[in-house]
Design a protein around this ligand. Structure first.
Ligand code: HEM
Length: 402
C-alpha cells in the first residue's frame, strides 16, 4: 500500500491566531478527539499522548531546534554556524555524548545538590518574608535556578551574575525577534564559551566534585569529550536548565494558588511536594511543545511525511489526553501516579536534568508551603506570550500574613 502524503489528507486545522489560552486549549482538545494529526501553522501537529511519544521516540524525526532561526525568517547565511548542541544532535553522535554525560545526571547526583537547593530557596524566602507581598516571579522564580546551575557546573558565587546575564541573552533566541537579538545571543555565547574553556582548564589541573570535573574524568576514562563538547554541555545545561525551571516554578505556584484547596492539601502535608511537582507539570507545563523535522521521507501510521516536514508535538495537550490519564481536566495533587507526563519530553532527547529539576521544584514548593501556609494570589496572574519557547507567568502577585 502506498502511504498518502500528509499534505494530501483532509485534516483538522490548528489555527491559534487570536485565541485566548483557554480557547486555544479547547481548540486543541477538540482536534485531539477528532484526529491524531492536524495541520498547523508550521506544518503538522500531533496532540495525543501516544502519538507524541511515538514521534519523539522515532529516530527518523530529528530535533528542529537548529532550524529556529530560519523559522523566524532569518536567511541561513546570516547565522554563524556554532558547534552542535546536545539538543540538536542526532544518531550515533548524540548517543555517544548522552552515554558519557548520563552518569552525571542520576537521581543520586541530583540528591547531592538538595542541601544547596534548600539553602538557596530558604535565602530567597527569608528575603521576602517580612514584606507580606511580592511579585513571586521577580522575587523567587527568576533568581532561583542560576545559583544551582552554577553550583552544578562549579562556577564560584561571584560569577552568578554573569551566568544570569548570559542566560537572559541566549534566551532571546526564543523571542521571535532574532533579526534584532542575534548579536546579543552570539555575544553571550562567545563570552560563556571563553569562561567555560578557562574553567575546564582549571578543573583539569585542579579537579573538584562538580559537573565539569566529572565530565572531564569521563573523558579521561576512555572515551573522550573534547573541550569543545564540554563547553557545549555547559551551555546546554545553562540554556535548558534555567528558564525552564523558573517558568515551571511560576506555573506550579500560580496553579496551586488558583486552586486553593490544592494549596491547602500541600500545606497540610508538605510530603505531597513530589506529587504536586508532577501534577502541576502535567496540568500546566512550562514547555508546551517541541518540534521535530522529518530527516527522510517517513511513513508513520500509514501517512507519509516528506523529508523536511515539520511536526509539532503538543506536549501540554498530550498531558490532558483522556487515554493517558483519567479525568484529565481535574487538577489533583493527591492523584496516584499517572505514568510519565510529557513536560520533560520523551525519547532520546528526554530532559537530562529531569531529576535535578524535580528536586529543585520539590525543595521550593515544600519550603514555600511550610513557611507561607496562607499564601494567596494578590490579583491577576499575568502570563508571557506563548511563542515557540518556554512559557509561564510574567507576574505572579502573592500575599501572606507576616
Ligand atoms: C522544569 C524544568 C525543566 C523542563 C520542563 C525541561 C524540559 C525539557 C524538555 C521538554 C526537553 C526535550 C526537548 C526536546 O525534545 O525537544 C529537555 C531537554 C533537555 N533538558 Fe530539560 N527541562 C527542565 C529542566 C532542566 C534542567 C534543570 C537541566 C539541566 C541541569 C536540563 C537539561 C536538559 C538538557 C541538557 C536537555 C537536552 C537533552 C538531549 O537533547 O539529549 N533541563 N528538557
Amino acid at each position: 500500500m502506498i502511504a498518502t502524503s500528509a499534505f494530501d489528507l483532509d485534516l483538522p486545522v490548528y489555527e491559534p491566531d487570536g485565541l485566548s489560552r483557554a480557547d486555544r486549549m479547547a481548540h486543541l482538545a477538540s482536534i485531539r478527539s477528532e484526529h491524531w494529526l492536524a495541520r498547523s501553522p508550521l506544518g503538522f501537529a500531533v496532540m495525543r499522548h501516544s502519538d507524541i511519544v511515538s514521534v519523539l521516540r522515532d529516530r527518523r524525526f530529528h530535533s528542529a531546534l537548529s532550524l529556529l532561526p530560519q523559522m523566524q525568517g532569518l536567511p541561513e547565511e546570516s547565522i554563524e554556524k556554532r558547534r552542535p548542541s546536545i539538543l540538536s544532535m542526532e544518531g550515533d553522535e548524540h548517543a555517544r555524548v548522552r552515554r558519557l554525560v548520563a552518569p552525571a545526571f542520576t537521581p543520586a547526583a541530583a540528591n547531592r545538590l538538595r542541601p544547596f537547593m534548600d539553602e538557596v530557596i530558604a535565602e530567597l524566602l527569608d528575603g521576602i518574608a517580612a514584606s507580606g507581598s511580592c511579585d513571586f516571579v521577580a522575587a523567587v522564580c527568576e533568581p532561583y535556578p542560576i545559583p544551582i546551575i552554577c553550583e552544578l557546573l562549579g562556577a564560584p558565587r561571584q560569577d552568578w551574575e554573569l551566568f544570569s546575564r548570559w542566560a537572559t541573552d541566549i534566551f532571546r533566541i526564543f523571542n521571535q525577534n532574532l533579526a534584532e537579538d542575534l548579536p546579543a545571543v552570539q555575544r553571550a555565547g562567545a563570552e560563556l564559551e571563553t569562561y567555560v574553556s578557562e574553567l575546564v582548564d582549571r578543573r583539569r589541573s585542579d579537579p573538584s566534585d562538580d559537573l565539569l570535573s566529572v565530565l572531564i574524568a569521563a573523558e579521561e576514562a576512555g572515551d573522550r569529550l573534547s573541550t569543545d563538547e564540554l563547553v557545549m554541555l555547559a551551555e546546554a545545561v545553562l540554556m535548558a536548565g534555567t528558564d525552564t525551571t523558573r517558568n515551571q516554578l511560576g506555573c506550579s505556584v500560580a496553579l496551586l494558588l488558583t486552586f486553593p484547596e490544592q494549596w491547602k492539601a500541600l500545606v497540610a502535608d508538605p510530603g505531597l511536594a513530589a506529587r504536586a511537582v508532577d501534577e502541576t507539570m502535567r496540568y500546566l507545563g512550562a514547555v508546551q511543545g517541541t518540534i521535530r523535522v522529518a530527516s527522510e521521507d517517513i511513513v508513520y501510521r500509514d501517512v507519509m511525511f516528506p523529508r523536511g516536514t515539520l511536526v509539532s508535538c503538543a506536549l501540554s495537550t498530550g498531558n490532558r489526553d483522556p487515554h493517558f490519564v483519567d479525568d484529565p481536566e481535574t487538577f489533583d495533587i493527591t492523584r496516584e501516579s499517572t505514568g510519565p507526563h510529557l513536560t520533560f519530553g520523551s525519547g532520546i532527547h528526554y530532559c537530562l536534568g529531569a531529576h535535578l529539576a524535580r528536586a529543585e521544584l520539590q525543595a521550593a514548593l515544600g519550603l514555600l508551603a511550610t513557611r507561607f501556609p496562607d499564601l494567596a494570589l494578590d490579583g491577576d496572574v499575568e502570563w508571557k506570550p506563548e511563542t515557540f519557547g518556554i512559557w509561564g507567568p510574567s507576574r505572579l502577585p502573592v500575599l501572606w500574613t507576616t
